[in-house]
Design a binder for this molecule. Structure first.
Ligand SMILES: Cc1cc2nc3c(=O)[nH]c(=O)nc-3n(C[C@H](O)[C@H](O)[C@H](O)COP(=O)(O)OP(=O)(O)OC[C@H]3O[C@@H](n4cnc5c(N)ncnc54)[C@H](O)[C@@H]3O)c2cc1C
Length: 407
């Protein structure tokens, strides 16, 4: 008989335990939110695939990806974040209470942070699996350029990323050989990058080729290309092959709910908010300029902080705004017009003091509560009765109308 799924409740569920998810966890845990992080593979994410991380601040001697991510995990655990090693199968992100489902469990939560990262597209050539990441097939020139100083390297691809990263690699490598699937002179990158690359004496192009197989014992030693027209094999001796043929975000389970770019990256604003209230996305899964540990960390910090604010505002909204009959003054303390209106509000406050109070909502720091009240302009005076906003008045409000409405 099939076992019924266990239901557990959390404030925040984070999907993905890479640099972005772990940082979001540290912030949520430290804010005393009941937080669950679900990771389907290795906690630490893509960064654990690299031996050397030289560009993460605070480690002048460099660090290993695994070592760095272990520290992130330890810190998140210290703040009480719970970890589950399983695959999130489906999500329902609509509504106030979100549902995240794994094989065995159903998790209900107020906030979901999507931190599921992505995966590089691979060529599918023979033996590719054997040399991925630290064994010679790289997807990150920024990460592996220095270790290829003075060596020949191969790049697969001719798009903007391939050519720009290739140009960067010429500063380190002896020679950068580029395998291009197209006819001589035809590339997928922009014209400026193309002209610069063709003029660079360290760049060498092998046209009409795709990767047929990878060869080596422990580490990559050779890449065998195939000419797509003549079927001729071309063996290139290199210790590193950089594949830049695209990147695939891990967003399949969010399709139809979260707004994504054409390529499937989650669209977020600067607060890492998606199109759905209470749903955030961080790190490589988002549509962003630079995919690195440092930027994923920044995203995670913002989302963790935003999640805490969202939950606190939701509680304030329910208990203090809708929880009792009264008046809510929504204003912006930095605006002179709003400050002028404050005197009138204080007068009304004195008159109402006996039966009703005026709650002040300053939108200067956050619009979370005013957005929930659907108030776009300030100052405004909202009258709440029976758990509902029954009237919204502007600065020329009539105190008698306010009192009459509250009766
Ligand atoms: C070989 C290599 C070397 C690199 N070197 C450097 C470097 O030197 N410096 C640097 O700054 N950056 C480097 N990067 C880039 C860096 O690793 C990424 O930018 C960073 O890991 C992004 O973190 P993230 O949290 O967004 O995603 P990820 O690290 O990709 O983590 C996402 C996690 O989500 C999990 N996940 C996905 N779907 C689900 C699901 N349905 N359920 C549960 N879990 C799920 C995945 O298993 C994964 O662990 C390198 C990348 C690679 C591949």
């Amino acid at each position: 008989m099939a076992r019924e799924k266990q239901i557990e409740e959390y404030d925040v569920v984070i999907i993905g335990g890479g640099a972005g998810g772990l940082t979001a966890g540290i912030y949520c845990g430290r804010a005393r939110l009941k937080t669950l992080l679900i990771e389907k593979a290795l906690v630490g994410g893509l960064a654990t695939y690299t031996n050397e991380i030289e560009n993460y601040p605070g480690f002048p001697e460099g660090t290993t990806g695994l070592g760095l991510m272990n520290l992130f995990e330890k810190q998140a655990k210290k703040f009480g974040v719970k970890f589950k090693g399983t695959d999130v199968k489906t999500v329902d992100l609509s509504g106030e209470v979100k549902t995240v489902e794994t094989f065995r469990n159903i998790y209900k939560c107020k906030v979901v942070i999507i931190a599921s990262g992505g995966r590089p597209r691979v060529t599918g050539a023979v033996n590719e699996e054997d040399f991925l990441f630290d064994k010679g097939i790289s997807f990150c020139a920024t990460c592996d350029a220095a270790s290829n100083t003075g060596k020949d390297v191969l790049i697969v691809g001719s798009g903007d990323a391939a050519i720009e990263e290739g140009m960067f690699l010429t500063k380190f490598a002896n020679k950068v050989i580029v395998s291009v699937i197209h006819e001589e002179g035809k590339m997928d990158c922009n014209e400026i990058a193309k002209a610069e690359a063709l003029a660079n004496p360290k760049m060498e192009f092998v046209w009409n080729t795709v990767v047929k197989r990878f060869e080596g014992s422990e580490h990559l030693e050779r890449v065998v290309l195939e000419n797509v027209k003549t079927k001729e094999e071309i063996s290139i001796g290199v210790p590193t092959c950089f594949e830049f043929i695209g990147y695939l975000p891990n967003t399949e389970i969010f399709k139809g709910q979260v707004t994504m770019t054409e390529r499937g990256y989650v669209v977020v604003n600067e607060n890492k908010e998606t199109n759905i209230d209470g749903v955030y996305a961080v790190g490589d899964v988002t549509d962003k300029f630079l995919k690195q540990v440092a930027t994923a960390v920044g995203d995670g910090a913002i989302a963790g902080y935003a999640a805490e604010k969202y939950i606190a505002e939701e509680e304030t909204y329910k208990s203090q705004i809708l929880g009792k009959d009264g008046v809510v003054f929504v204003y912006d303390a930095s605006e002179a017009g709003c400050r002028d209106c404050l005197a009138e509000v204080e007068k009304l406050e004195k008159e109402l003091q006996e039966q009703h109070c005026i709650t002040r909502v300053d939108i200067y720091k956050s619009r979370g509560i005013s957005d929930r009240m659907q108030i776009d302009e300030v100052p405004r005076l909202a009258i709440v009765k029976g758990g509902k906003i029954v009237k919204v008045l502007d600065q020329d409000f009539d105190p008698e109308e306010v009192k009459a409405t509250l009766v």
